[in-house]
Ligand binder design. Sequence first.
Ligand SMILES: Cc1cc2nc3c(=O)[nH]c(=O)nc-3n(C[C@H](O)[C@H](O)[C@H](O)COP(=O)(O)OP(=O)(O)OC[C@H]3O[C@@H](n4cnc5c(N)ncnc54)[C@H](O)[C@@H]3O)c2cc1C
Length: 281
Amino acid sequence: MHILVCIKQVPDSAQIRVHPVTNTIMRQGVPAIVNPYDLVALEEALRLKDRLGARVTVLSMGPPQAEAALRKALSFGADEAILLTDRAFAGADTLATSYALASAIRKIREDMPVDLIFAGKQTIDGDTAQVGPGIATRLNMQLLTYVSHIDNVDLERGEITVQRRAEGGVQVLCTRLPALLTVLEGINEMRFATMPDMFRAARHPLAIWDREAAGVTDLTKVGLKGSPTVVSRVFAPTPRMHRAEIIQTQSDQPDDLVATLLAKMFTKFPDLRAAVRPRCA
Ligand SMILES: Cc1cc2nc3c(=O)[nH]c(=O)nc-3n(C[C@H](O)[C@H](O)[C@H](O)COP(=O)(O)OP(=O)(O)OC[C@H]3O[C@@H](n4cnc5c(N)ncnc54)[C@H](O)[C@@H]3O)c2cc1C
């Protein structure tokens, strides 16, 4: 079985700030990490490898620095890593990103057929959740989104059965391979890489593909040229005016707690006492 995992290097969104005057994203000094949802996808692929035996290839499109994300994936147990990097890919929106990734996957399939493609539910920077479905559509593959558990992979029958979290319940879906899965957060816990794993990953040869190697022939479909999305405005949400307050009390009796809380609220919102009194009478 050959499993492909799409991973994206993202800025650690917990540390991103929006410039108060220019409203542009301030990326300077913000560390790059592997998109956390993609680590969940990778772990799921590695568990299938442990259980059934598989070759796991990780694929990322990004600047040369995205190599670090791929090396991390190799340290966890991926077998091969491919970095798609070319100036022509810069400024890509989700349409252009899925085009470039799908072209590369077609190339990968020429060497070895791909049975499963894993992607994260979404990224923590772009947050669109469009790239996975975009790849599946371009490659005419079965698509299973919001997967919360893989029940079975039957290679003989060429089928996969998964649980998918849907509104109001869980769906059990069975479809034919090859398929693309986007997986939910929290369905597994990422393994640790040992020191020898990290050394092995650091020495592992990486495949670096430019647009030609990725089989991209139509340059109007990649990068900024292939991106119809327009970002009209970036802004930081207005900070909340009210902060939560922790109230310390001497007693843990419910009556005392309620009395302390009411006293605090009446002090803060004097009109509240008058509004509540007739109801209590
Ligand atoms: C006009 C415009 C210009 C932009 N310019 C840039 C730019 O210059 N540089 C930049 O970094 N971003 C740029 N972006 C953002 C870019 O659109 C997204 O980073 C990219 O398309 C992925 O979308 P997403 O982050 O919403 O991924 P989602 O659709 O939320 O990702 C879902 C899953 O798809 C996979 N995936 C997504 N992206 C990749 C990838 N690159 N490689 C491998 N797997 C992936 C992952 O498994 C991920 O979990 C630009 C966006 C617009 C609209």
